[in-house]
Write a protein that binds this ligand. Structure first.
Ligand SMILES: CC(C)(COP(=O)(O)OP(=O)(O)OC[C@H]1O[C@@H](n2cnc3c(N)ncnc32)[C@H](O)[C@@H]1OP(=O)(O)O)[C@@H](O)C(=O)NCCC(=O)NCCS
Length: 252
């Protein structure tokens, strides 16, 4: 799947995912840049956030060279494991990473829902949501987020200023973007650890429908299969879109 990113997208990505431009790599050939690897580190965990080779020069060893160098660079920064994601169907990348020792750790799924299902109750959905500062939401995530969340869900940064956050009675939180009048992107949802398993996430999703009625909702492919968010989204009639594999290399 070709991915087209402009300079502002890259800038946001760098801020949002803690990409270290000083550590990141460019591959030069004949005086031109023909490949790149964006690298990130948080404590003892490293990530190859994105990597690509000029399409006309693929299959000539450039990808392997970059990936091997990326592992060396992250190892020199004392990371103990390196993670990355590969979309299902990207056999070239998956095969490259497997050959370097990466193993699939879990599947991460994206979700969508075209429009809200009919509501059965009279209560005005959305009324129990309160807007909160993104920083307060980031604090809730630091307190209640699971340790093994995918990289992109571990932290909230204000980056481009397009994210908004809401809380449901101070026990659940959602952060989102509204890229158009017809669509909304759910960037994350979180339930206080003490309130889990009681249908709060489902209620939060229903409240979001009330807040932004008639929208198509998209959730990026970062929801671990078999987790609580996965169950809440399917219960709220979201359907899976794309799946990617989170791969991991234990650095020795
Ligand atoms: C993935 C990518 C970086 C590989 O770069 P490349 O320069 O073509 O790769 P290399 O020539 O170094 O090949 C390295 C390995 O990749 C795998 N590979 C490369 N092309 C492949 C293909 N068409 N089919 C299957 N495996 C392939 C093989 O395992 C190969 O091993 P080998 O060296 O034993 O042949 C490149 O295809 C690319 O830029 N793809 C688009 C962006 C992308 O998918 N990035 C990764 C997302 S995380």
């Amino acid at each position: 799947m070709p991915l087209h990113l402009g300079p502002p997208d890259i800038e946001n990505l760098v801020k949002r995912d803690d990409i270290d431009l000083g550590a990141s790599l460019a591959l030069e050939h004949g005086g031109a840049t023909v490949g790149f690897a964006l690298l990130a580190r948080r404590a003892a965990k490293g990530r190859i956030a994105m990597m690509g080779i000029d399409p006309s020069l693929r299959g000539r060893g450039g990808g392997r060279l970059l990936a091997e160098r990326a592992i060396e660079v992250l190892r020199a920064r004392r990371v103990m494991r390196i993670v990355l994601e590969v979309l299902d169907g990207n056999d070239a990348a998956a095969s490259l990473y497997r050959s370097l020792g990466f193993r699939s750790a879990r599947a991460l799924v994206g979700w969508t829902r075209q429009h809200a299902p009919p509501r059965l109750t009279e209560r005005r959905a959305g009324a129990h949501l309160a807007p909160i500062d993104l920083i307060a939401c980031a604090h809730a995530l630091a307190v209640h987020g699971d340790d093994d969340l995918p990289w992109q869900l571990q932290r909230i940064t204000s980056s481009d200023g397009t994210q908004r956050a809401f809380t449901l009675r101070g026990v659940a939180w959602a952060w989102l973007q509204t890229p158009s009048a017809q669509s909304a992107t759910l960037r994350g949802l979180l339930v206080d650890r003490r309130w889990r398993g009681r249908g709060v996430a489902r209620e939060l999703l229903a409240e979001l429908d009330g807040l932004l009625p008639g929208r198509r909702w998209d959730v990026p492919p970062l929801i671990p299969v078999g987790g609580a968010a996965d169950l809440a989204l399917s219960a709220a009639q979201f359907v899976p879109t794309v799946t990617q594999s989170e791969m991991e290399l234990v650095v020795r």
